[in-house]
Design a protein around this ligand. Structure first.
Ligand code: NAI
Length: 392
């Protein structure tokens, strides 16, 4: 169980690029990183594309005014001159800026925590992976709900063989907030999401399904996709060529089959993500609208609901438990766990503790690469007319 006690020697000196006053995801980064007050300390930022707004926001957050910068270039240069300068920076800006900011941060000697989808192409990720290796720095990726303790329970149940052979994987990340084009007209954050120059080669495949795809890999680390077929479309024509709805069929190397549905036009849906794993003996199912409950269904037996925080859960699940059973825990704790996992990876890297580093489970650059490859393969299939393609 986590109680906020420090797991690394001292908090990392942390900064942000983006995630400013009007940014959608910035608060989730701060609440995740600062939750325990022992892993990160927010010391500097270039919060906003509008420097003045970024400064006034930073002052209101309590960041020292002299360390609020007009842009990330100025921040990386000035912080490198300080004895107490930044060690790690989070990037919470629109997709099209991730690559250049990550590259600049690594070149400035910083560890990076970047939003998904990491970059536009897998070639860019491979290049940055080499740079990160050369600089001995971590690149983490914030797949928001993937730090929830019950996902580790699912991982333990799958990898111990409790479900039997995995046969069917059913994944979903959908909502209905874009069922009409009303949001496209008023929200800057929605406008860039359907502009390929800023969003990249996809909308919902990158925006939504990269999360669920990573979570499926976290739960089933041994399962690799052999080939997939993706059908994507835009029900609101102005969003084309990017999709507001996509269906993917998957064939795994072990013979299992899967489906993933990503959509922002699933009118009325408030369930968000659903993950169902069907094995030859039993199935498990989790949805982030009821994150504290894991359905465990053994063929021929009464269905069970495993509740978060209970002692019958696996140790790797309860190790990241914060509130205890009976008390709700959700997205905020999940973000805190992701940030903590990445902090431990950064700390182990800095100390040269490679044996610890190998045991840590966190969304690093390989998870970022897999997410970008996932998008590339889906788009390649869809744009050939929804055909099966080998997963490259
Ligand atoms: P947004 O458009 O709401 O906010 C972007 C923020 O970045 C704004 O504060 C803007 O002023 C700032 N910004 C833009 N360019 C900048 C630059 N060059 N330098 C400094 N600041 C800059 O975008 P949103 O929705 O917050 O998404 C940001 C990223 O986070 C995207 O990559 C998106 O895919 C991802 N995201 C991830 C979520 C998750 O659960 N992990 C949830 C929502 C978004």
């Amino acid at each position: 169980m986590l109680n906020g006690e420090r797991l690394i020697a001292r908090p990392l000196r942390w900064g942000m690029v983006g995630g400013g006053r009007l940014g959608q995801v910035g608060y989730k980064h701060r609440s995740g990183a600062l939750r325990d007050n022992t892993a990160y300390q927010l010391v500097a930022a270039a919060f906003d594309i509008d420097p003045q707004r970024g400064r006034s926001f930073g002052v209101n957050l309590g960041v020292s005014e002299e360390r609020l910068y007009d842009n990330y270039q100025a921040m990386f240069a000035a912080e490198a001159e300080r004895a107490d300068g930044l060690e790690v920076v989070s990037i919470a800006t629109p997709n099209g800026t991730h690559y250049e900011i990550t590259k600049a941060a690594l070149n400035a000697g910083l560890h990076v925590i970047c939003e998904k989808p990491l970059f536009f192409t897998s070639a860019e990720v491979v290049e940055i992976r080499e740079l990160a290796r050369a600089k001995n720095r971590i690149v983490g990726v914030t797949y928001g709900f993937s730090g929830h303790p019950l996902l580790m329970q699912m991982r333990a149940m799958v990898t111990s063989g409790l479900l039997g052979d995995i046969r069917i994987v059913d994944l979903q990340y959908t909502h209905g907030f874009n069922a009409t084009d009303a949001v496209d007209k008023i929200s800057d954050a929605q406008k860039w999401r359907v502009d390929p120059k800023v969003a990249g080669p996809s909308f919902v495949l990158g925006d939504l399904s990269t999360h669920t795809f990573y979570m499926s890999q976290l739960i089933m680390p041994h399962m690799k996709i052999r080939e997939l077929l993706c059908d994507r479309q835009s029900f609101i024509p102005s969003r084309a060529p990017l999709e507001d709805n996509a269906r993917v069929l998957m064939h795994y190397e072990n013979g299992a089959v899967g489906t993933l549905w990503a959509s922002s036009v699933n009118a009325g849906c408030m369930d968000s993500q659903k993950i169902r794993i069907v094995g030859s003996r039993a199935s498990i199912e989790w949805t982030d609208s009821r994150p504290s409950e894991l359905r465990y269904e053994v063929q021929g037996e009464p269905r069970q609901i495993l509740d978060r925080g209970m002692s019958y859960l696996d140790d790797i699940c309860n190790a990241e438990e914060r509130m205890g059973a009976l008390h709700t825990e959700g997205l905020a704790e999940s973000w805190a766990n992701i940030y903590l996992r990445i902090a431990r990876a950064i700390d182990a890297t800095s100390r040269g503790d490679t044996s610890l580093l190998e045991t840590l489970v966190y969304p690093g650059i390989e998870a970022g690469l897999d997410g970008v490859r996932w998008i590339e393969n889906c788009v390649r299939s869809a744009d050939q007319g929804a055909v099966w393609v080998d997963f490259e």
